[in-house]
Design a protein around this ligand. Structure first.
Ligand code: NAD
Length: 368
């Protein structure tokens, strides 16, 4: 039987509440014969700052590097607003991303028919939507140097951010997108601004070359990033996989998120390179939402984004696509039965709590 070593980092606020539900699913995966899941737990974010003096300890980073997959809850909260900048809870997540070399961020936008009413768009535009945004996560304008605000001789201040990409950075993210498209509907849209940016020109040429040389069986379309944003709200179902840089990915993935309704429904994965020694890809799976201090500790949080993140781990890190499909079906059927946490319930309708939603998913999963 296959053994899987999972590191759970619940974090702060609702992080531990939703992570608990994901652990229930892990227990069900074991008892349903999908392998043995060895769970280790660690501190991250404000909890790690309080307990270990840093938002993530060296020991936890080492454990994350050795794990088959990391399940991350959420970090942050007003309690840590006053801590030094380099020790703020979010620094724990940034360090994990950096030290594990997680360069590819995957954000699916999936609209369950039962929740199509929760979208701000018309039902027919989003019903059955299933797209995946692959965002470059470790390069581009958020990291390029120089990055500074300088005072000119005139006394006026000038700010500079630098958008930088090398061919190898573009190649590796393009390969991730094409690879995933092969397992989906075989279509990639590459979004950049080649009309006004040199990085856009290089992005366009490099993606086209990787496509021609290695992935000619996948359909490729080039789209300007601003047009892509417009298309996402006009006709989002035309897309399968969208690959884009760090800045445009940040924006386009939030647009796509809104198509599906609540933050409590959105999973994500961050992937690194395949380790040639082990054949394993470094990876971290986390809900898109934060620690939601306004509802923390009340058992109200929607655990489905966290459970969906676990489903992504089954698919992309643990090579358990059947288990992932079954878990996705379980979530779909629980929603179709009408179960809702408060964030996705119609105004005035009855809502269930975090644990009840998790238990219902586990029951549906066991029922197959
Ligand atoms: P948030 O995502 O925590 O919450 C935004 C709103 O969505 C809140 O009203 C919250 O109640 C609701 N919400 C979020 N997740 C939900 C869920 N699973 N179920 C039901 N409702 C849910 O964003 P915020 O309020 O801007 O930030 C709160 C804290 O989280 C801040 O400290 C912020 O820095 C941090 N944060 C962390 C991450 C992360 O850990 N990756 C991401 C975003 C924000």
């Amino acid at each position: 039987m296959s053994r899987h070593n999972i590191l759970v980092l619940p974090g702060d606020g609702i992080g531990p509440e939703v992570a608990r539900e994901a652990e229930k699913v892990l227990a069900a995966l074991s008892s349903e014969g999908f392998g043995e899941f060895e769970i280790e737990r660690g501190l991250v974010g404000g909890a790690a700052f309080d307990g270990e003096g840093a938002p993530v300890s060296d020991a936890t980073v080492r454990l994350a590097g050795a794990a088959d997959a990391v399940l991350f809850g959420a970090v942050g909260g007003p309690r840590w607003d006053g801590v030094p900048y380099d020790k703020r809870p979010e620094a724990g997540l940034l360090r994990l991303r950096q030290d594990l070399g997680l360069f590819a961020n995957l954000r699916p936008a999936l609209c369950y028919p039962a929740l199509a009413e929760a979208s701000s768009l018309k039902r027919e535009v989003v019903d059955g939507l299933d797209l995946l945004i692959v965002r470059e996560l470790t390069g581009g304008v958020y990291f390029g140097e120089p990055k500074e605000i300088v005072t000119l001789e005139s006394g006026e201040r000038r700010a500079v951010d630098t958008q930088l990409y090398t061919e190898s950075e573009i190649e590796r993210i393009a390969r991730v997108a094409f690879d995933l498209a092969r397992k989906r509907r075989g279509h990639v849209a590459s979004a950049e601004k080649r009309n006004v940016m040199k990085t856009g020109v290089l992005w366009n040429q490099t993606v086209a070359r990787v496509h021609r040389d290695e992935f000619a069986d996948v359909a490729l379309e080039h789209v300007l990033a601003d047009n892509c944003a417009m298309q996402l709200v006009r006709r989002p179902k035309q897309y399968d996989v969208i690959v884009t840089d760090n800045l445009f990915g940040d924006i386009l993935s939030d647009v796509a998120a809104q198509l599906t309704g609540s933050l409590g429904m959105l999973p994500s994965a961050s992937l690194g390179a395949v380790d040639p020694a082990t054949g394993r890809r470094r990876s971290l799976y986390e809900p898109v939402h934060g620690s939601a201090p306004d509802i923390a500790g009340q058992g109200l949080a929607n655990p489905l984004a966290m459970i969906g993140s676990l489903a992504m781990a089954l698919r992309y890190s643990l090579d358990l696509p059947d288990a992932a499909d079954r878990l996705d079906r379980a979530v779909s059927s629980v929603l179709a039965e009408g179960l809702r946490t408060r964030d996705i319930a119609a105004p005035g309708a009855n809502a269930v709590g975090t644990a009840e939603m998790g238990d219902a998913v586990v029951r549906a999963f066991r029922a197959g």
